[in-house]
Design a protein around this ligand. Structure first.
Ligand code: NAD
Ligand code: 6OD
Length: 486
């Protein structure tokens, strides 16, 4: 049985407490690995290593050399692509096609893109007039913020962790990562790549464990951690923000969503169906900016519902290695219980179940797996809990609308503000609607089309701050303004 240890100061270490937990294959329910659970001692050691690395070689390394090392990390992930792929698919159950097109290549790209960006970002300068006529020159200097605590979720484990670690290291920080307890493998494997690439000890540290009263909470409370970046549930974000208040530490949060898709009658229907299929069902619906509310203009409502149903029923469930599979299990039995609770609630709230609504029949090898049917509902009231609360499963509710103002009111009537997609051939309308949507990301005639140089994040309860491109630099670095009297 595989054993997964912490990665601290360049070494794989067990826990002082000897506490171990299971890493479960969500497709079968079998134990894949045994994981060391970190406590205060491991977080102390990791934070100390990260602080020492800042004061040592890494902190004094010329920028060009740092960037060269980050390119080597990306190359190292690509060189071990298959190993990362299998580890990610085992931990999450996601289809190989998804991990090989998105998770692993993006995991590598996150190091190159941010290294190149930091190398090329200009410095702000202002010349100012002074009474003596000689003037003064102002310029801003960027410094790393220090030790960054990174807390990541299970849905896109390598991608979402490196999306934070890439820019953090590019800006010269060091990190202590607490990956999700559900998906420890790729974060652990990345330690080997860091060593192979020649990243100095203590720059990248990993402590495994849970959230409350475990490695996650201890990391958020540690006095040597200068800032916290977190992706996960809004409720967890609240707890982390309270912890960060001690020491007035900065936070960057990517949280939950209840994202709308708006389909106008003039949309290219094939593309709208294909895009909504992906946004509702890809990764078994476990994508933060996935669609759970679909608004379709009345003239095409019936056609849209019928075609999305047909699409959902044609998804092929199975093991990530099986030919043609494009739909995996949910992450865990616990999460399936939560999603099935919403499936039952939808019926209690009066939904028409267009398709799905339960658990599929799977063959014996998947007996203990967290399988669930892709599900579509219609007919719910706008204040139904199923329409208002994030479910994070492969499901959506479809509702008809008549005009632009009405649909904007419906789409914005949520406490979340992460993402939306708009389907129409009328680009003036697309622009008008996109600008009035209360969301950090709006896709027009597309979904999950991501350029890493663009700002990413949510408004309202979906997050604080923007990462991506130069926007991440604001979080991952401190600015000093130097004013020279000439
Ligand atoms: P989660 O909040 O339960 O856990 C995320 C991480 O936080 C895990 O590593 C967990 O161990 C840790 N954690 C939990 N409680 C903690 C605490 N009190 N202190 C410190 N750490 C703690 O989220 P999840 O179940 O892993 O992921 C699903 C959620 O994440 C969904 O709500 C989804 O919308 C959200 N998400 C958002 C984005 C985004 O970019 N906005 C991306 C992916 C997932
Ligand atoms: O693509 C990204 O950069 C990103 N942060 C994706 C988030 C997906 C959430 O599930």
């Amino acid at each position: 049985m595989k054993e997964i240890r912490h990665f601290i100061n360049g070494e794989y270490l067990g826990s002082d407490s000897g506490r171990i937990f299971d890493d479960i294959d969500p497709a079968s329910g079998e134990v894949i690995a045994r994981v060391h659970e970190g406590g205060q001692a491991e977080i102390d050691a990791a934070a100390r290593a990260a602080r020492d690395a800042l004061d040592g070689e890494w902190g004094h390394m010329p920028v060009a050399q740092r960037m060269e090392l980050l390119h080597k990390v990306a190359d190292g992930i690509n060189a071990r692509f298959e190993e990362f792929l299998i580890a990610e698919c085992q931990d999450t159950g996601k289809p190989r096609s998804l991990a090989s097109h998105i998770d692993i290549p993006r995991g590598a790209a996150n190091f190159k893109i941010f290294a190149d960006l930091v190398k090329n970002v200009p410095t702000e300068t202002f010349h100012m007039d002074t009474p003596d006529g000689a003037g003064a020159l102002n310029y801003a200097v960027r410094h790393p913020k220090g030790v960054i605590g990174v807390i990541s979720p299970w849905n896109l484990p390598l991608l979402l962790m490196t999306w934070k670690v890439g820019p953090a290291l590019a800006c010269g920080n060091t990190v202590v990562v607490k990956p999700s307890e559900e998906t420890p493998q790729t974060t652990a494997l990345l330690g080997e790549v860091m060593n192979e690439a020649g990243i100095p000890n203590g720059v990248y540290n990993v402590v495994h464990g849970f959230g409350p009263d475990s490695a996650g909470e201890f990391l958020t409370r540690h006095s040597q951690v200068d800032a916290l970046t977190f992706t996960g549930e809004t409720r967890t974000g609240t707890a982390i923000m309270k912890a960060a208040a001690d020491g007035i530490r900065d936070v960057s949060f990517e949280l939950g969503g209840k994202n709308p898709a708006i389909v106008f009658a003039d949309a290219d229907m094939d593309k709208a169906i294909e895009g909504t299929m992906r946004s509702a069902f890809a990764n078994c619906g476990q994508v933060c900016f996935g669609t759970e509310r679909v608004y379709v203009q009345r003239p095409v409502f019936d056609e849209f519902v019928a075609r999305l149903k047909e699409g959902a029923e044609s998804l092929r469930m199975g093991h990530f290695e099986d030919e043609g599979v494009n739909f995996g299990p949910l992450i865990s039995q616990e999460h399936r219980d939560k999603v099935l609770g919403y499936y039952r609630l939808a019926e209690e709230e009066g939904a028409t179940v267009v398709t799905g609504g339960g658990v599929p029949d799977m063959d014996a090898r998947f007996g203990g797996g967290a399988w669930i049917q892709p599900t579509i509902w219609t007919g719910l009231d706008d204040d139904a809990r199923v329409v208002r609360e994030e479910i994070f499963g492969p499901c959506c509710h479809i509702r008809p609308f008549d005009d632009e103002d009405e649909v904007l009111g419906l789409a914005n009537d949520t406490e979340y503000g992460l993402a939306a997609s708009v389907w129409t051939r009328d680009l003036s309308r697309a622009n008008r609607v996109a600008r009035r949507l209360e969301a950090g990301l709006v896709w027009v005639n597309s979904w999950f089309l991501r350029d890493l140089r663009t700002p990413f994040g949510g408004s309202k309860m979906s997050g604080i701050g923007r990462e991506g491109g130069v926007h991440g630099l604001e979080f991952y670095s401190e600015l000093t303004n130097v004013c020279i009297k000439l």
